[in-house]
Design a protein around this ligand. Structure first.
Ligand code: COA
Length: 184
């Protein structure tokens, strides 16, 4: 961590959108989250292949996140039913430079393509920019994840770099796109 700012200066309350409520991830959310990570039709889009991920590894990760002043993970809840449908995160928050990395997974596949991801990203990026006072949010996305790219563009992210053919999926090498949202 650099600078005097850290997450302790920003007690995080719930973030309320049109379709979602975001609240800080709790230990009780882990079992559900692990099932999503192990689902190959979900983890094909993620930065890591979580097929063999164990409860112990997830708990270790959760303890790290809880103690980190540079990472925050939210549970995404359906505003109408309160069902936990996914997680999103601001990682590697650099308080000095004012930047971080965004991650999102909607694990409940019945909730894909219904606007929950867009609403989550709009609200979590607003929180990062205007509550945490960050200036830039970056993310990585595989070129075959056309839905995610569409959502990121809709939320204001711009392509800043293409890492050529560095990700092996389904017998083929794919590009990874680096996108950025800047505070204007
Ligand atoms: C990516 C993800 C967060 C998007 O959230 P979502 O709630 O499904 O997306 P939304 O409904 O808000 O928006 C989807 C948009 O993509 C469009 N879309 C869907 N499939 C598409 C495709 N194959 N190609 C292009 N656009 C597509 C939809 O039409 C919609 O656009 P619109 O709002 O203009 O109608 C979610 O699907 C998810 O978590 N997927 C699995 C994990 C993942 O990919 N995480 C991101 C890793 S970088």
């Amino acid at each position: 961590m650099s600078g005097k700012k850290n997450l302790n200066n920003y007690p995080v309350k719930k973030i309320i959108g049109k379709k979602i409520i975001l609240r800080v991830l709790e230990r009780g959310d882990l079992k559900r989250s692990l099932a999503w990570l192990k689902d190959s039709s979900v983890n094909m889009f993620l930065s890591q292949n979580f097929c063999d991920y164990t409860e112990e590894q997830e708990l270790k990760w959760f303890k790290f996140i809880q103690s980190s002043r540079n990472d925050i993970v939210f549970a995404i809840k359906d505003i109408n039913t309160n069902l936990h449908i996914g997680n999103c995160a601001l990682h590697k928050i650099n308080w000095g430079k004012g930047d971080c990395e965004l991650g999102i997974v909607i694990g409940e596949k019945g909730y894909w393509n219904k606007g929950y991801g867009s609403d989550t990203i709009m609200n979590v990026t607003k929180f990062a920019m205007f509550e945490l006072d960050l200036k830039s949010i970056k993310l990585n996305v595989y070129k075959y994840n056309r839905r995610a790219i569409k959502v990121y563009k809709k939320c204001g992210f711009k392509l800043i770099q293409t890492q050529k053919k560095n990700h092996l999926y389904n017998g083929k090498y794919w590009d990874t796109l680096i996108m950025e949202l800047k505070k204007t």
